[in-house]
Design a binder for this molecule. Structure first.
Ligand code: CP
Length: 304
């Protein structure tokens, strides 16, 4: 097994901005070589602190840790923890760092993972902070693109749906600035466009067009996202855009045969179930890939 090229020990994983191309490639290379059922992290403990719902991220981290021989403690939602009694996130983090070797946190507040990382001395992984970032989802997305398209340069990529509140597309778009000859088509309703804080970093680096047209022709990767109902301050605004895009068999006629269709999941109605059997549909493999990617990350951060 090839050794990692870079030093990973005890790093925090808060923002994809902290990942150079070399670091992304190092992680993906380790994930490709990962062996299930090792005992490299025997005796090590993850604290899995999920203040927002999760299926894939939480369970794939737990599976990753257990396949490496380690153990998982933590909670989903604040019920059952002393947060319901009014304990602060900072005090919770200070206590948890004495019980675990690494913290994985999902929290609705943007910047919360960075704040916890600044509070504790063990590594912290951001598993989603509000509408801001979801860096380990992006590493999984890049792993999946590389697996099926055999490259991370020279790609035409369409991001579809809620580009305003979708943290996965924020992290993914930023990560693409690390690669060459990428072009982006940002497909969203007018009021759900990619935030300027992200497009400013694309300017001059990754050519992009912003459009409301669901034009999927010529794309190598189509990355669809759910409209993030829970992040809308006004439910009436959500009602106006829900169901804005539905990728059904008809829409998929535009797809190139060698394109891949991704979605971080969960989906609501933005990809019709009958699309699942198309050869381009790779979103379930994408969520499966979260396990080797997170195994590699845990192994690297814990210095195994
Ligand atoms: N992709 C993703 O973050 O899914 P979960 O919300 O189920 O973790």
């Amino acid at each position: 097994m090839q050794r990692p090229k870079l030093d990973w020990h005890s790093r925090d994983v808060i923002s994809i901005r902290d990942f150079s191309r070399e670091r992304i490639e190092d992680l993906l290379s380790q994930a490709q070589q990962i062996r299930p059922d090792s005992e490299l992290l025997r005796g090590r403990v993850i604290a899995s602190l999920f203040f927002e719902p999760s299926t894939r991220t939480q369970l794939s981290f737990a599976t990753a840790m257990q396949r490496l021989g380690g153990q998982v403690i933590g909670f989903s939602g604040t019920e059952g923890s002393s947060l319901v009694k009014g304990e602060s996130l900072q005090d919770t983090a200070k206590v948890v760092e004495k019980y675990a070797d690494i913290i994985v946190i999902r929290h609705p507040l943007e910047g919360s993972a960075r704040w916890v990382a600044d509070t504790v001395s063990i590594p912290v992984i951001n598993a989603g902070d509000g509408a801001n970032q979801h860096p380990t989802q992006t590493l999984t997305d890049l792993f999946t693109i590389q697996k099926f398209q055999a490259r991370l340069d020279d790609l035409k990529i369409g991001l579809v749906g809620d580009l305003k509140y979708g943290r996965t597309v924020h992290s993914l778009a930023l990560s693409l600035t690390r690669f060459r000859q990428i072009t982006l088509r940002l497909i969203s309703p007018e009021n759900l466009r990619m935030p300027p804080a992200i497009t400013r970093e694309l300017d001059g680096v990754v050519p992009y067009v912003e459009t409301a047209d669901l034009d999927l022709r010529e794309l190598d990767v189509v990355y669809v996202t759910r409209i993030q109902k829970e992040r809308f301050p006004d439910i009436e605004e959500y009602e106006k855009v829900k169901g804005a895009y539905v990728i059904d068999l008809n829409a998929c006629e535009q797809l190139r045969r060698d394109a891949i269709l991704l979605h971080p999941l969960p989906r609501v109605d933005e990809i019709a179930p009958e699309v699942d059997s198309l050869p381009q549909a790779k979103y379930f493999e994408q969520s499966e890939n979260g396990v080797p990617v997170r195994m590699a990350l845990l192994q690297l951060l814990l210095g195994a």
